[in-house]
Design a protein around this ligand. Structure first.
Ligand code: HEC
Ligand code: HEC
Length: 326
């Protein structure tokens, strides 16, 4: 075989195994893509540098957005009030399949979202993760910082079909929504065995020289009660495919569910949609909270029954307003 033939054979093999292409350092013990799904290979920073079709000014803005995504803590006390970065949950720079790659938001929005019952823009979707996952206050719509975030998301979507919703590796939800029987003590055992070494005995995470190296999983430094990750099914799939870090896919499905239930049975900052009454808030957002332990009694304590907003000095950022066209 000539060198050229060998190379084209190799290229064919790489195309045939999208998981390996998406993230070569990850073991391939991940779910398979379904027949007919669109599988995206988000570009890398290297691709950006080599892409002459993108104006150098735009490159700067995209890289700024990437920097905000990777090191969101630089905006601690401004946009972020917990210990997380965007990349804490969207692994591999937000590019990675099975770790809620962020680019689909750029190709599927504007669209209707059940979470807030109206048509959302890409800016609004990003604002949602700031408000809930980061327990924060999003950059203003139309601001330079928001533009940079949007530019990063949209560039990652380069080449993907607009409005295609049948996307392989999107979100975290491949284990489905149907939970097995959940048991706090079993989840605790899985946690101590597989997670505590990095995330701490009390879920507090670990810092080194003031910097968060392992993010907290509950408490004031974690995501708040309105974040997607508080849904046990969402956390279960995230954990199954991404944790323990470096060993994705190694937990049994049941262990992933049990540990997801365990971490989401601990206190965290209040849901920004809080009405002042946890039971009422749970009822009002039941389409969301039916998947969380918020407003339920675990080990004799009513979860979420408090005014604690963590280190954030307010409950609700202004942008979480209903949008109507009447
Ligand atoms: C605590 C974990 C967490 C953090 C931190 C986080 N997110 Fe998310 N993000 C989620 C979850 C959960 C979803 C919903 C995934 C699903 O549908 O299964 C999501 C979804 C998204 C989506 C939509 C993806 C799609 O498929 O349409 C975007 C865009 C996004 N996040 C951006 C961000 C940005 C920007 C930040 C930082 C400001 C951030 N996220 C921080 C958990 C997080
Ligand atoms: C080897 C260290 C390590 C182990 C073990 C580990 N994690 Fe993580 N985990 C991380 C790091 C680091 C991140 C953030 C990823 C990043 O910033 O790139 C993370 C992120 C997370 C997140 C999303 C961010 C947050 O703080 O909410 C959750 C949830 C999570 N881990 C749960 C678990 C669970 C459950 C286990 C045990 C099954 C586990 N992890 C085991 C290192 C680890």
């Amino acid at each position: 075989m000539t060198l050229k033939q060998t190379l084209s054979l190799l290229a064919g093999l790489i195309v045939a195994s999208p998981i390996a292409l998406a993230e070569p350092e990850v073991p391939v013990n991940l779910p398979k893509f379904k027949e007919g799904q669109y599988v995206h290979h988000a570009p890398t920073v290297e691709d950006l540098k080599n892409d002459d079709s993108i104006n150098p000014e735009l490159k700067k803005v995209i890289l700024k957005g990437r920097d905000m995504f990777m090191n969101t803590q630089q905006f601690r006390g401004k946009y972020v009030f917990n210990d997380l970065n965007c990349k804490s949950c969207h692994l591999g720079e937000g590019r990675m399949n099975w770790s809620a790659p962020i680019w689909p938001a750029a190709t599927t929005l504007p669209d209707y979202r059940g979470k807030n019952h109206h048509v959302n823009s890409l800016e609004e979707r990003i604002a949602g993760c700031f408000s809930f996952s980061m327990n924060g206050k999003p950059p203003a719509y139309g601001s330079d910082d928001m533009l940079a975030m949007v530019a990063y998301h949209q560039w990652l979507a380069k080449g993907a079909p607009v409005y295609e919703k049948n996307i392989g590796g999107r979100g975290f939800s491949h284990l489905g929504k149907e939970a097995p029987e959940l048991d706090f003590a079993r989840g605790k055992a899985v946690y101590q065995e597989n997670c505590a070494i990095c995330h701490g005995e009390n879920g507090q995470g670990q810092r080194k020289n003031g910097e968060v190296v392992f993010p907290p999983l509950w408490g004031d430094g974690s995501y708040n009660w309105g974040a997607g990750m508080t849904r046990v099914f969402t956390a279960a799939s995230f954990i199954k495919n991404n944790m323990p870090l470096g060993k994705p896919g190694s937990l049994s499905d049941d262990d992933a569910w049990q540990v997801a239930n365990f971490i989401n049975s601990h206190e965290r900052p209040q849901d920004p949609r809080y009405t002042g009454d946890v039971k009422e808030t749970r009822e009002k957002y039941m389409n969301f909270h039916k998947f969380t332990n918020y407003g339920t009694v675990v080990n004799g304590t009513l979860l979420g029954d408090h005014d604690n907003t963590g280190t954030k000095p307010f409950l609700k950022p202004d942008v979480l307003r209903p949008r109507t066209f009447e």
